[in-house]
Write a protein that binds this ligand. Structure first.
Ligand SMILES: [Zn+2]
Length: 109
């Protein structure tokens, strides 16, 4: 089972439109959700490339991920990692605040 996850400015990953931890949402929500609906309708294999082929700009997917779970029973909807290792460097929290080219807004519900 595969799921698409947005990453918010605080480094949370969520499959829902709004981050359940802080209420933020991606600037690209509409186009991503439309592509996810189309992928389901056409029964396409979910991947970043599938979403690009359905018209989602690569910039919208830079901070996203598609996860394949071993079982739908263990698939989660969101996670808030306490730390992340990036290219061998342990970071306390992966976030996009101040990141050049950030693709996420803090629009609240
Ligand atoms: Zn968040």
């Amino acid at each position: 089972m595969k799921k698409f996850f947005y990453m918010c400015l605080s480094g949370h990953f969520h499959s829902q439109v709004h981050c359940p931890y802080d209420g933020s949402k991606s600037d690209f929500t509409e186009i991503v959700e439309r592509a996810l609906d189309e992928a389901r309708r056409q029964r396409l294999d979910l991947s970043v490339e599938t979403l690009v082929s359905l018209g989602v700009p690569r910039a919208a997917l830079k901070w996203a991920m598609v996860v394949e779970f071993g079982s739908s029973e263990v698939a989660f909807d969101a996670m808030a990692p306490a730390s992340t290792e990036v290219r061998g460097t342990l970071k306390p929290q992966l976030g996009l605040d101040g990141e050049e080219g950030s693709v996420v807004s803090q629009a609240k519900r």
